[in-house]
Design a binder for this molecule. Structure first.
Ligand code: ZN
Ligand code: ZN
Length: 123
């Protein structure tokens, strides 16, 4: 998925079709047009004071991303308070991290479920 990186796309519409442009603008403005990632993507960004230094650039807009994991329907209902501005690489890193967390949670649930014996063998 590299559609958002096409330099000819309008930075507003490239933010994503799920969010209204007004909400997107509010999120980006509140972030000072700078990526808000403080390590959520998996990198510490320590060299840059703990915050990703990327700013939105023409063709590389910041994304408005749910602060907490949310499904697509829930994400659409979020206001600016529930969203943060992330650059492309941080958005991708965060998505990977959340996917990993989701898998671990699913694995834990599965292990918990399988730890409870459905039947016991007695001899
Ligand atoms: Zn970033
Ligand atoms: Zn980051």
């Amino acid at each position: 998925m590299t559609a958002a990186r096409s330099p000819r796309r309008c930075p507003v519409t490239a933010a994503g079709p799920m969010l209204g442009a007004g909400v997107w603008h509010e999120v980006i403005r509140a972030a000072g047009s700078q990526c808000e990632c403080a390590g959520q993507c998996g990198r510490s960004h320590q060299r840059h004071g703990g915050r990703c230094p990327h700013a939105g650039l023409p063709g590389y807009p910041l994304h408005a991303v749910p602060r907490e994991p949310a499904g697509p329907v829930a994400a659409m209902r979020l206001g600016p308070d529930g969203l943060m501005a992330l650059c492309g690489p941080c958005g991708e890193g965060l998505a990977r991290a959340r996917l990993r967390d989701g898998r671990q949670a699913a694995g834990r649930a599965l292990r918990d479920a399988s730890a409870a014996p459905l039947f016991e063998v007695t001899s």
